[in-house]
Design a protein around this ligand. Sequence first.
Ligand SMILES: Cc1ncc(COP(=O)(O)O)c(C=O)c1O
Length: 370
Amino acid sequence: MISVFGSNISEKEIRRVVEVLKSNWLGFGGKVTEFEKKFSEKLGTENFCMVDSGSNALFMAVKLLELPPGADIILPSFTWVSCAQAILMAGHNPVFCDVEPDTMNVSAETISPHITKKTKAIMIVHYAGKPVDLNPVMGLGLPIIEDAAHAVDSFYHGKACGSITDVGIFSFDAVKNLTAGEGGGICTRDSKKIEEAKMLRYCGIGKSGFEAASSSNSNNKWWEYNIIEPFIKMLPTNIAAAIASTQLERLPELQKKRKEIWDTYQKEFEKENWIIRPVDAESFEQHSYFTYVIRVPKRDELAKHLFDNGIYTTLRYHPLHMNRVYNSNARLKNTEQLNLDALSIPLHPNLTEENVSLIIDQIRKFRERI
Ligand SMILES: Cc1ncc(COP(=O)(O)O)c(C=O)c1O
């Protein structure tokens, strides 16, 4: 079966993980600090903090905004559940908005109708790695959480996605463009906030065991600590950071492969007028090519046809407002349409030329059934 997502691990990552295992310092430590420094350089900021998942990074991001309890936060329904869960877990209310049908991203137009006096923040998602048109959204004058889980190599007017608004988050889970196995990170414009994030991620203790052991302590009691705030543990490991650092070094090579596949799909499906293709990046943007989403009639039948021919596809994402748990009565026309006709087809660096040809051929074959 050809998988729809996939990470690409080379001998380099394996070597670095073995080094960590041999070092006997498997948990949080120097490899994390090293990755934070390298990734900050890529983002063009000093303010980056690695945590153990993108989902936890979202929770931390909401907390860092210090909103009044029970605030409304507007977010797309067309996103991963962690976005809404983070808002609820932090004691706020998710308010779902629609996305644009072509970019599958929120816009100032899709957000504005939901703004009320209770709205205290907006959470945007750079869906599939296509940057949200942020300038008009920032013009709405509310704090913005930027979910760049798909957008590790995306840029908007020269700035790295995830680093542009008040607080941004990344995911380095197993299927992302840059993987750590599991991992995530937070970026803020405010350096004090990143210090706070680094304090919070270890149960709200000011100093981690690693930092305490590696710095001198004035009263020679390095085992003492002050608990600054109640918080959960979100520490990433040296193992995850070693994988992430190596993936970061290899990112140009991995991204080149993704772009080649994306461009092939764009070119080949141009001739298929029954397929709505995803939009390319604007001249002032860079796409990360996280997932290639087509829109087709008879989507479920196409998915089944591909599955029967060894090709796995999926829908990212089943709309959150249609999930009973959120108790939403929103009607979101574009999102509900995407729920009927959108399909992610395989896009990752492990695909061979034969895989890509097979995927294109099988999609073309389905045309007869339209
Ligand atoms: C848009 C979005 N946000 C957040 C996350 C959460 O990231 P993680 O899997 O690292 O917890 C994901 C994961 O798929 C995602 O797609």
